[in-house]
Design a binder for this molecule. Structure first.
Ligand SMILES: Cc1cc2nc3c(=O)[nH]c(=O)nc-3n(C[C@H](O)[C@H](O)[C@H](O)COP(=O)(O)O)c2cc1C
Length: 188
């Protein structure tokens, strides 16, 4: 079979929203992306040019702040501004929630800067996202949280997140152990 280019397909999708599921339409509304393709945060793979390229193509790039600063060497705000200089399309920022006091202060500073730079979407992982949700609500930011079991999904839903990033057995690189089908069925 002749290989087909993804771009025409995604263009067709972006103009035929009625073909998308309600949850995909919700994802597009919450992120501001025009096609349902997300470049998840990756330590170490999330350089700012990649985040910008995915968003510029209509998908949604998500920044991994530790990659941006410690690995690629950007001041956090300058890194966000670099992305904004490449594309005016929206992108998100990932916050891994860890109970280390020094890291927490750093994360809060990054959250303030993100809001200041116009970021409207946080993807949180690990920990309890309730405090971040409260902060985000004050600033019109949507929060989705990474979940890999129905139990975690229920807990974080109770903390008010707007959506769940369901880590499943076909995800790249990490350890989701339920199939998309099983996870979706147990959550609906
Ligand atoms: C190498 C690698 C590093 C990742 N690092 C992070 C991370 O720092 N924070 C995070 O929330 N998710 C991280 N993830 C998870 C991805 O953002 C994404 O949610 C996951 O890979 C599922 O998407 P996929 O099915 O397209 O692979 C990482 C994934 C990979 C493969």
């Amino acid at each position: 079979m002749k290989p087909r280019c993804l771009l025409p397909l995604t263009r067709r999708l972006s103009t035929r929203r009625e073909l998308l599921s309600a949850s995909t339409r919700r994802l597009l509304a919450d992120t501001g992306a025009s096609i349902p393709i997300v470049k998840g945060p990756m330590y170490p793979g999330s350089n700012p040019e990649l985040v910008a390229a995915v968003s510029a193509a209509g998908g949604f790039g998500v920044v991994q702040p530790i990659s941006l600063t410690h690995l690629y060497g950007y001041d956090f705000r300058e890194g966000l501004r670099l992305i904004k200089s490449i594309t005016s399309r929206p992108f998100g920022v990932n916050f891994t929630i860890l109970e280390n006091a020094k890291y927490k202060r750093q994360m809060e500073e990054w959250m303030d800067i993100s809001v200041d730079e116009g970021v409207k979407f946080f993807l949180t992982s690990l920990g309890k996202p309730g405090k971040i949700v409260a902060f985000a609500e004050r600033h019109g930011v949507k929060v989705y949280h990474d979940v890999h079991t129905p139990e975690v999904a229920r807990k974080v839903a109770d903390e008010g997140v707007a959506g769940l990033n369901c880590l499943n057995s076909s995800m790249g690189g990490q350890t989701g152990n339920r199939s998309v089908f099983t996870l979706t069925l147990t959550l609906t």
